[in-house]
Design a binder for this molecule. Structure first.
Ligand code: ZN
Length: 223
């Protein structure tokens, strides 16, 4: 075959490269490129282009996979940001909220008492689960039973005082799950002076005030 067949052979080269031409054409192309550097060059270039196209497919798939991965990461980050992190913060706030120690449930009749020492000072004594709690208020009460927080409170006639024990809700939850949190709480009493003799002159009664049930329990009465 002579050089002037090149145009026809070049038309056949794509079919030849894809192996879809007839047996006759295949033979003609094979014979021609054996002698023709130009057409053989064309064929080799096509082979490279096909290989490059294959690489492009792979890089496209890689790019798509990478994009899917990034989307997943973004979705997970968004869920963390919108749901999990605020959830943890809310739970943390909820657990660190103060709640009243229920007088009956925590057996405060046993675990909290007020003791008067020989000098007339008043001591608050707490034991067991009450040790981890703290007292709030105090709220003064007058002879008519009005509280400091109420409208008709008569400061001149204040005669009693009430306290409430508060603890972290976390402790309250732990206390209500005794099987999971059975801890060896020391039964040693913790003593804090709450009144010295001079301060308590006008106070005749100390109450534990359960602000959930609104009940007063007598802690100490002047004898
Ligand atoms: Zn040729």
């Amino acid at each position: 075959m002579s050089k002037n067949n090149c145009g026809m052979i070049k038309d056949l080269l794509p079919l030849y490269a894809d192996s879809v031409c007839s047996e006759e054409s295949r033979k003609a192309v094979a014979e021609h490129i054996a002698d023709c550097d130009e057409c053989r060059g064309e064929l080799e270039k096509m082979g490279r282009d096909i290989a490059v196209a294959g690489e492009n497919d792979i890089s496209t798939i890689k790019r798509i996979k990478k994009r899917i991965l990034i989307e997943k990461i973004v979705i997970i980050a968004a869920v963390l940001l919108v749901v999990v992190i605020p959830g943890i913060i809310m739970l943390n706030l909820w657990f660190s909220m103060d709640c009243t120690m229920d007088y009956e449930k925590y057996n405060l009749a046993e675990n909290v008492r007020v003791e008067e020492d020989a000098d007339g000072n008043l001591w608050l004594c707490k034991k067991n689960s009450a040790v981890e709690a703290w007292f709030i208020y105090p709220d003064l009460i007058d002879t008519a039973g009005n509280r400091l927080t109420g409208e008709n409170f008569d400061r001149e006639n204040a005669c009693a005082m009430s306290f409430t024990l508060k603890q972290r809700r976390l402790n309250a939850v732990a206390d209500s799950l005794p099987l999971l949190f059975e801890m060896d709480i020391s039964s040693a009493e913790e003593r804090t002076m709450i009144f010295n003799k001079a301060d308590k002159e006008h106070i005749g009664t100390l109450y534990y005030y359960d602000d959930v049930s609104g009940t007063d329990y007598v802690l100490w009465e002047r004898k």
